[in-house]
Design a protein around this ligand. Structure first.
Ligand code: COA
Length: 180
């Protein structure tokens, strides 16, 4: 505990996690420009966004994520920054549903294939195991999304089979990966 009475890594806005290369913390209103700038066709394709996000969409999303942190809601969304250069490179989200925590992630195009998503997922899994009242940790990926499946496997998840309809909002064939 610090003199302030806060547990290490826990701020008024949520939880901070780091592994020496990537730092995770909740997104704030002043992260909106960088978050919006990171969105590309790959992100839109796999999250099935109906159109490119606007600044208002991102402001609203960051506000909703912040509220969920404050009120211990079902979603814990982290932005991911590089430790050295403090650059926002993407994010990872934990969403509680039934008895499980569902993990989803994105890394902005200039920063892909450097292991950032894998690091972010591993930290999110540790966080979920330590503090979330869930029995399972799950990743749902589109059956055609090789990059997302690569991250699931690199993070230590294993393929469990086809996802069920209640586990995702995307359309198409989806797969479930489970931890460990
Ligand atoms: C999926 C995504 C998050 C991967 O981020 P990343 O930081 O590049 O991933 P990592 O560097 O941790 O990759 C881990 C492994 O996954 C696999 N992988 C990653 N990107 C891949 C690609 N484009 N094609 C095939 N395999 C890929 C590789 O095995 C990789 O290990 P390697 O680089 O040592 O070969 C990123 O491509 C992205 O944001 N895509 C759009 C959004 C999305 O699909 N999110 C997933 C929804 S759950």
């Amino acid at each position: 505990m610090h003199g302030s009475g806060k547990v290490d890594g826990v701020t008024d806005e949520g939880v901070e996690l780091a592994d020496g290369v990537v730092r995770l913390r909740p997104l704030r209103a002043d992260d909106a420009d960088a978050w919006l700038a990171g969105e590309d066709d790959e992100i839109r394709r796999w999250f099935q966004f109906p159109r490119p996000s606007t600044r208002a969409d991102v402001d609203g999303a960051i506000e909703a994520w912040a509220r969920s942190w404050r009120e211990d809601g079902p979603v814990r969304c982290f932005g991911a920054w590089t430790v050295g250069s403090d650059t926002l490179v993407g994010g990872v989200e934990l969403r509680r549903h039934r008895d499980a925590a569902y993990v989803s992630y994105q890394v902005f195009a200039p920063h892909r294939r450097r292991g950032y998503a894998t690091r972010a997922v591993r930290m999110a899994v540790i966080h979920a195991e330590l503090v979330l009242p869930v029995e399972r940790i799950v990743i749902i990926t589109d059956a055609k999304n090789a990059a997302s499946q690569g991250v699931a496997l690199a993070s230590g998840f294993r393929l469990d089979g086809p996802a069920e309809g209640h586990e995702h909002s995307e359309v198409g064939e989806m797969l479930r990966f489970v931890w460990p």
